[in-house]
Design a protein around this ligand. Structure first.
Ligand code: ZN
Length: 446
């Protein structure tokens, strides 16, 4: 470790082989060695002794709506990446919609990259979008470095990002499969949504009934069929319905190239606890009952669900009205995702290693960044979160770095205080103090 510039030492370092006392050597932004706890620190290297705080790989959040440019009053690269850093996230991948323009052409991607470039406190990559009529743009976007393509199978909530019907889904997916790309899908079937009772108003039970499980289950079954037929690689976004789990498990057993994510809100909040009119809890698909949540946890444990991502999708407070039918659908959770998931995971007997696997290793793998991110081992970027896992805090919206501080987690007591976050060997936030932005823009090919 003679070339190390920095050594991070902790009694609890989470590595792919498990948690152990170790000293992690860093040089030129990369992890160069994971050594014994008592390893000699080379002369000239700075020792950072973290005591019993846990050193874990920085989280990789592959589902974030930054909304910049165009709806910057909802969020923005500056605020989103600071919130992410404060929550232990060191890489995010931005969704192609809710910004204006959406990321559906190479020109639009360039616009977004230009906006993000000097505001990113953490590393940022981009998803492209698959819309009706942009099949010709998919390959150029792939070559320009987007990590894959998002499609909706039902209305997205914004007019500039229309959904794909089954024929158009097949066209886009065939094109994406032709260059070995990845399609990520918001899977709710529009016909089942149309057939569901659309009561409107402030009652959460009415909103839940308007987004039934079978809308998800049907869309996922159709997606599996298309993926199988085209030998394409697909990913189910924000799974909420536990009824779809047997379908997914069966598809995986058959060798269909499908992965699945779920989100902190489905894993930690329940329909039973949502007060009427509290649209900070509104998202699509919706937060469901606690029995449904138990099955999502089981599926994470057995690998049917691969990973956990925030789906951070904020808006301004005025759009969060008390009518669930018309309020903006999206939950803001970037800064709180690690603590929220860890709090529930520990209660259910899961380890911090499990959480790291779901929120860092597997998400890095999903986007092909697993040679650089997602683990503490030599050769990877020196991206870390330092966590006090047994300390608690109570969520105070005023302490959030999100541009809009509307949150479904207000007042909750969570385990896991992020002491500091490190990007390529530099401490980018500690105790609420941030450095200047040091994030880089990532592409699939860089
Ligand atoms: Zn989303």
């Amino acid at each position: 470790m003679s070339d190390a510039e920095l050594v991070l030492r902790s009694t609890r370092v989470i590595t792919p082989e498990g948690t152990r006392a170790a000293s992690v050597a860093v040089s030129a932004g990369k992890i160069t060695a994971v050594l014994g706890y008592d390893a000699e620190v080379p002369s000239g290297a700075r020792l950072e002794d973290l005591g019993d705080d846990v050193l874990l790989p920085g989280l990789v959040d592959t589902h974030v709506h930054v909304n910049d440019p165009g709806r910057t009053e909802w969020e923005g690269f500056w605020t989103a990446t600071r919130a992410a850093a404060a929550g232990g996230i060191t890489t995010l991948v931005d969704m192609p919609l809710n910004s204006l323009p959406p990321t559906t052409t190479v020109d639009n991607l360039r616009t977004k990259q230009d906006v993000a470039a000097d505001k990113a406190h953490i590393d940022v990559g981009f998803w492209g979008g698959a819309l009706p009529g942009n099949v010709k743009d998919l390959r150029p976007l792939h070559e320009a470095g987007v990590f894959g393509f998002k499609a909706f199978l039902s209305p997205s909530g914004v007019d500039e990002f229309p959904h794909l019907d089954q024929d158009r889904l097949a066209q886009s997916l065939a094109e994406i499969a032709s260059f070995g790309g990845l399609l990520i899908v918001h899977a709710e079937d529009p016909h089942h949504l149309d057939a569901a009772p659309q009561q409107g108003g402030p009652r959460y039970a009415d909103f839940l009934a308007s987004r039934p499980r079978d809308a998800e289950d049907t869309a996922i079954a159709q997606l599996i069929a298309q993926a199988k037929r085209l030998h394409a690689r697909v990913h189910v976004l924000h799974l909420s319905s536990s009824d779809a789990l047997p379908l997914i498990a069966e598809a995986k057993r058959e060798g269909v190239r499908i992965t699945v994510e779920t989100c902190p809100h489905y894993l930690t909040l329940t329909a039973e606890e949502v007060p009427d009119g509290a649209s900070e809890f509104k998202c699509c698909p919706p937060i469901r009952e606690s029995a449904n949540q138990d099955l999502l946890w089981q599926a994470l444990a057995d690998g049917t669900i691969d990973c956990v991502v925030t789906d951070h999708s904020p808006s301004t407070a005025d759009l969060k009205t008390d009518d669930f039918a018309t309020a903006w659908g999206g939950i803001s959770g970037l800064q709180l995702s690690l603590a929220a998931v860890w709090t529930q995971a520990r209660r259910r007997g899961h380890t911090l290693e499990d959480v790291v696997r779901w929120m860092s290793a597997r998400t890095a793998e999903l986007v092909g960044l697993d040679a650089r991110k997602g683990a503490i081992e030599p050769g990877r970027d020196a991206d870390f979160a330092v966590l006090a896992p047994d300390e608690t805090f109570t969520v105070d919206p005023a302490a959030l770095q999100h541009r809009n501080r509307v949150t479904a987690y207000a007042g909750k007591t969570l385990y896991g205080v992020v002491r500091s976050t490190w990007l390529r060997g530099e401490r980018i936030v500690a105790d609420g103090e941030f450095t200047d932005p040091k994030g880089r823009l990532l592409t699939r090919t860089s």
